[in-house]
Design a protein around this ligand. Structure first.
Ligand code: PLP
Length: 388
């Protein structure tokens, strides 16, 4: 085998994927990071119309004008971000947006502060750019990233901060003051913020706040993936000051050329069309969140009540043992350390699963957490209680 580039050796296959692939057979999957709903019909119809019309070629690199117009209007109205259509690049999911943003600004030796536990791509994309991910611990009380801890970790090599609210894997939602404090920190140290807002609409308590409403040097990343149950359409976007966008466009052109033409038409229908599909989906997620919160309380596990996204991140004493015991009972959950070193002794459970599946999964969890004889754990070895 020809020698591999050293950068690839610093990366590992995502722990989420490993947990998923290890499963096999018939299981209840609480390991997934995607809505279990179907894409709403009016969005599918827009895509079908695009195909029939023959809208199947390359598009303008930044994305079709109507979609960028719609995104800029959305960002101005909903997020308080003053951007024009020229300050937007439509990408293949938020994943590509994160990739090109990080590669445009981060180079060898640059440090990037990121939430730990946090979404698996952040540290790996920083490594791919030959930068150094710097783990910022979360606040115990609400699992949001700790601004004082971040401040302590800033060095002359720090280049950027990654924010993610609502957050994967915790469901934490940052307060307005919290977001503002990070914007001020970034401004004081002349850092760029990469703000991943893919869960912005999936929020039960609190209000989503974009750092770009306070500070200029922000790349705002979003997608239709989670909001409209469109993960497989691979359609996201970024917004940033014009000068940044022109530089990021270079990478976008060479790695992607443009986002899928058909998906762009679908995204246009999603963003400009009726939003009751989002309201309904969020209502259902809230119902499940409430069920899961109640079930975890009954089990006596320690956790912070999630305020957004569709994950909960309870503490367990023996993370690997818990994941394996659940797997043996046909339920997939993700080990917390897949999300960073501070994720240890936790598991991530996704409630992007039907209430019936959740009920069955928590019934089986009793055998792991609560059942005295059946449990592979000493009952008292599990942390008890919960934070709200
Ligand atoms: C926080 C976060 N950001 C980005 C992504 C990737 O989004 P996309 O499917 O649009 O690439 C995910 C997917 O799980 C995520 O959880």
């Amino acid at each position: 085998m020809p020698g591999l580039a050293s950068r690839i050796k610093t990366m590992e296959i995502s722990g989420i994927r490993r947990a998923f692939e290890a499963a096999g057979g018939d299981f209840i999957n609480l390991g997934l990071g995607e809505p279990d709903f179907d894409t709403p019909p009016h969005i599918k119809e827009a895509a079908i119309a695009a195909i029939i019309e023959g809208f199947t070629g390359y598009t303008f690199g930044k994305g079709i004008e109507a979609l960028r117009e719609a995104i800029s209007e959305k960002l101005r109205k909903e997020n308080g971000i003053d951007v024009t259509k020229d300050e937007i690049i439509v990408t293949s999911g938020a994943s590509e947006a994160l990739h090109i943003a990080i590669h445009t600004f981060v180079e060898r030796g640059d440090e990037v502060l990121l939430p730990d536990p946090g979404f698996v791509s952040y540290a790996n994309l920083v490594k791919l750019a030959e930068g150094k991910p710097v783990s910022v611990p979360l606040r115990k009380e609400d699992l949001t990233m700790d601004v004082d801890a971040a401040n302590e970790l800033i060095s002359e090599k720090t280049k950027a901060i990654i924010l993610n609210s609502p957050a994967n894997p915790t469901g934490a939602v940052m307060s307005r003051e919290g977001v503002k404090a990070f914007a001020e920190l970034a401004e004081d140290h002349d850092l760029i913020i990469f703000s991943d807002e893919v869960y912005e609409k999936i929020i039960y308590e609190g209000k989503h706040v974009s750092p770009a409403s306070f500070y200029e040097n922000v790349v705002t990343v979003n997608a239709v993936s989670k909001t409209y149950a469109m993960t497989g359409w691979r359609l996201g976007y970024l917004a940033a000051p014009r000068d940044f966008v022109e530089e990021m466009l270079k990478i976008h052109q060479y790695i992607q050329a443009c986002a899928s033409s058909v998906s762009q038409k679908a995204a246009l229908a999603a963003i400009t069309g009726p939003q009751d599909c989002v309201t309904e989906m969020v209502r259902e997620f809230r119902r499940r969140r409430d069920f899961v919160v109640d079930a975890l309380k009954r089990l006596g596990l320690m956790f912070v009540k999630p305020r957004g996204a569709f994950y909960v991140f309870p503490e367990v004493e023996d993370e690997e043992g818990f994941v394996e015991a659940m797997r043996q009972r046909g339920v997939i959950v993700t080990p917390g350390s897949a999300f960073g070193k501070f994720g240890k002794k936790h598991v991530r459970m996704s409630y992007a699963a039907s209430i019936e599946d959740l009920k069955a999964a928590f019934e089986r969890m009793k055998g792991v957490v609560g059942g005295k004889r059946r449990s592979p754990f000493n009952h008292s070895s599990l942390k008890r209680g919960y934070f709200m």
